[in-house]
Design a protein. Structure first.
Length: 128
């Protein structure tokens, strides 16, 4: 509970009135005293100043980034250089083989020659 609310309840208790009775008897409630917002608050000025400084820093960093982008070469030139340097070099992660290492493996990748009219489990198929 906030201190304002506690004070308000103490004031109402000291007066001996409740909301229901004051409305019935026609007594008006005393106006609640809310704090008047101060426009010249130091904390508000400090927050605004900090926000403006942060935005100025962002603008400055973005301007520097744009200046760097203007002075760089197009990315297509860098891609062409990489392509030219890598064209003649074989991939280090792929094995270099001239043919199948095991000849029996070839049958799994070849097309079935006599598949018309024959099932793969019948006699005379290529997979027997």
């Amino acid at each position: 509970m906030t201190t304002r609310r506690m004070r308000r309840e103490e004031e109402v208790g000291a007066m001996g009135t409740t909301e229901g009775r004051s409305r019935e008897e026609g007594e008006g409630r005393p106006p609640s005293r809310l704090p008047i917002p101060r426009t010249g608050d130091f904390l508000g000025k400090h927050r605004l100043s900090a926000a403006i400084n942060r935005l100025d820093q962002e603008i400055h960093s973005l301007q520097e980034e744009l200046d760097k982008l203007d002075s760089t070469e197009p990315s297509s030139a860098a891609c062409k250089e990489v392509l030219v340097s890598m064209e003649g070099i074989p991939d280090a992660l792929l094995p270099v083989t001239r043919g199948p290492e095991i000849a029996a493996w070839n049958r799994w990748f070849e097309r079935v020659r006599s598949s018309h009219g024959h099932k793969w489990w019948q006699k005379g198929s290529d997979f027997s």
